[in-house]
Write a protein that binds this ligand. Structure first.
Ligand code: ZN
Length: 159
């Protein structure tokens, strides 16, 4: 089988298979009265999840600047977005969570373990940019898609 497919054919097959897996997972979740959410951190993965009918995105992309198309696709899909800004920045290695941890209102509620965790980074995607994440969050907010109360309410009413 080695060399039977061209690289493009293999990529097309993988993408079609990924879409079938996504669509199956989403429809099974819905059949069981559950919501389906995707932990996507790239525009491409977010596009696939939205196209497959995901209910929510649990991160926002950090791989490149957002496009009008992906913002419109998210808005038009009705999916909610939980952007996890600190987690995204931590994945890049650019989180300022340590500053957040200095605030006594935060510090007083953290165990030593969690306090220490806010001084570390996940740092698995250093090529990402926090600016992309923040600009996408702003674009989604401006489009009326980023509403923490609505997202939380939707999660609470669709366990
Ligand atoms: Zn995640």
């Amino acid at each position: 089988m080695q060399g039977y497919w061209t690289k493009e054919q293999k990529k097309a097959f993988d993408e079609r298979r990924d879409m079938e897996v996504l669509a199956t997972v989403i429809s099974e979740a819905h059949r069981n009265n559950k919501m389906a959410v995707a932990h996507t951190m790239s525009i491409e993965a977010s596009e696939r999840a939205i196209k497959a009918g995901i209910d929510g995105l649990m991160h926002i992309f950090v791989d490149r600047p957002h496009t009008r198309e992906i913002i419109d696709a998210i808005v038009n899909s009705g999916a909610f977005v939980c952007p996890t800004i600190v987690a995204g920045a931590s994945t890049i290695g650019d989180s300022d969570a340590a500053e957040f941890a200095k605030d006594e209102r935060v510090r007083s509620k953290l165990s030593e373990e969690w306090f220490n965790a806010l001084h570390k980074h996940i740092a698995t995607y250093p090529q990402g940019k926090t600016a992309y994440l923040l600009k996408a969050v702003k674009a989604l907010h401006d489009a009326g898609r980023l509403d923490a109360d609505r997202s939380a309410n939707r999660m609470l009413t669709n366990p």
